[in-house]
Design a protein around this ligand. Structure first.
Ligand code: 0X9
Ligand code: ZN
Ligand code: ZN
Length: 305
C-alpha cells in the first residue's frame, strides 16, 4: 500500500499518478500537460465527480521548487483524501461533487529528481544555461508578471535566476498554457511551497495592494484560522511583498493578473528548525492542517461564483 506519510521519489510518484487514476476512473483522470527540460512528463490529475456539466475548477500545484518535499506530499495527500471521502457527504465530498480540482503533484520534475539523487537542496529546474557552468532557472521567477524586475536575478548562477526570457522553461509553459486554456473555468489557484508557515496573495512584484486586497486578506485570514484551529500552528498571511519579500515573475501574481482572483501561495511547515528537511513524522499533521485551509478557500469560492 502506498504510504502517504513518506516522501517518494519521482518514479514512485509517477507510477502513483497512473495507479490512482486507473483505480478511480469515475473520480480521477490523468493528463500529460507537457514535458520537462529532461523530457519527464508533467502530469495533471483532474479530481472531481463526473457530472456531465462543466464545473468550476480549482488549480492546485505542488513542487515548483525541487527541495520543498512537503509540497508534493501535500498534493498526493489531497488526492487520496478526495478518494477516501468520496460519497461520504463530508465537506471534501461536497467540494469534489461541485468542483474540479486540477492537481499537478510535481511541476519541477527534473529538479525534484535531482534533489533525490544529487543535491537535496536543489531549487531550480535543470535546464542548461549557454555560456555558464551554472544550471537551472527558478520557475517562480519565470512567469510573465513583471518578469525579472525586483527580487529576481539575471545571473544564471543565482538561486532566483529568472531565465533567459519569460516562460523560457518548459515547465512554466506547461502550467501557464494549461491555466490560460482553462482560464474561464479556473476560479482559484493554490500553489504549495515551503517553508515559513505563511499564506500569501498578490502582489509580490510590487508593494502596491491588489484591487481585491480586502477580500483576499479576509479570505486568507479565515483560511489560516481554520488551519491553526487543528494544532495551533501559527500562520502569517498577507501580500507577498510585505509578508515575505518583493519577488517578480511568480505564478501567483501572473495568475491573478490573468483574471483569476483567488490566487494564493502557501508556505507550509516549519519556520526553520528543519526547514526543507521536514521530517516524515510531520507529513500527516502538516497535510491535515493545510487541508482545512484549502477546504475553506474552496467552499468560499463555491459560494461566490
Ligand atoms: O520565493 C518564492 O518563490 C516563494 N518562497 S520560497 O521560499 N518557497 O521560494 C514565495 C513566492 C511568493 N510569490 C511570489 N513571489 N510571486
Ligand atoms: Zn518554494
Ligand atoms: Zn484526514
Amino acid at each position: 500500500d502506498y504510504s502517504y506519510e513518506s516522501y517518494h521519489n519521482w518514479d514512485q510518484i509517477e507510477s502513483w499518478t497512473a495507479t490512482i487514476a486507473d483505480e478511480n476512473p469515475n473520480l480521477i483522470s490523468r493528463f500529460e500537460i507537457g514535458r520537462s527540460y529532461e523530457e519527464r512528463p508533467i502530469y495533471l490529475l483532474r479530481v472531481g465527480n463526473r457530472t456531465g456539466s462543466l464545473k468550476p475548477a480549482i488549480f492546485l500545484d505542488c513542487g515548483i521548487h525541487a527541495r520543498e518535499w512537503i509540497s508534493p506530499a501535500f498534493c498526493q495527500w489531497f488526492v487520496k483524501e478526495a478518494i477516501r471521502n468520496f460519497g461520504t457527504r463530508s465537506t471534501l465530498d461536497t467540494l469534489v461533487n461541485e468542483l474540479d480540482f486540477l492537481v499537478v503533484p510535481v511541476v519541477n520534475v527534473d529538479g525534484y529528481s535531482y534533489s533525490w539523487t544529487k543535491d537535496r537542496l536543489w531549487r531550480k529546474t535543470r535546464s542548461r544555461n549557454p555560456g555558464s557552468a551554472c544550471v537551472g532557472t527558478d520557475l517562480n521567477r519565470n512567469f510573465n508578471a513583471q518578469w525579472c524586475a525586483g527580487g529576481a536575478s539575471r545571473d544564471p548562477c543565482s538561486e532566483i535566476y529568472c531565465g533567459p526570457q519569460v516562460e523560457s522553461e518548459k515547465e512554466v509553459k506547461a502550467i501557464a498554457g494549461c491555466i490560460r486554456s482553462h482560464s474561464s473555468t479556473i476560479k482559484a489557484y493554490l500553489t504549495i511551497h515551503s517553508y515559513s508557515q505563511k499564506c500569501l496573495f498578490p502582489y509580490s512584484y510590487t508593494h502596491a495592494l491588489a484591487f481585491d486586497h480586502e477580500e483576499l486578506n479576509n479570505l486568507a485570514s479565515n483560511a489560516v484560522d481554520a488551519l491553526t484551529s487543528l494544532y495551533g500552528t501559527p500562520f502569517e498571511f498577507g501580500p507577498g511583498a510585505s509578508s515575505m519579500y518583493v519577488a517578480s515573475g511568480g505564478s501567483d501574481d501572473w495568475v491573478y493578473d490573468l483574471g483569476i482572483k483567488y490566487s494564493f501561495t502557501f508556505e507550509l511547515r516549519d519556520t526553520g528548525k528543519y526547514g526543507f528537511l521536514l521530517p516524515e513524522s510531520q507529513i500527516r499533521p502538516t497535510c491535515e492542517e493545510t487541508m482545512l485551509a484549502v477546504y475553506h478557500i474552496a467552499s468560499y469560492v463555491l459560494n461566490h461564483l
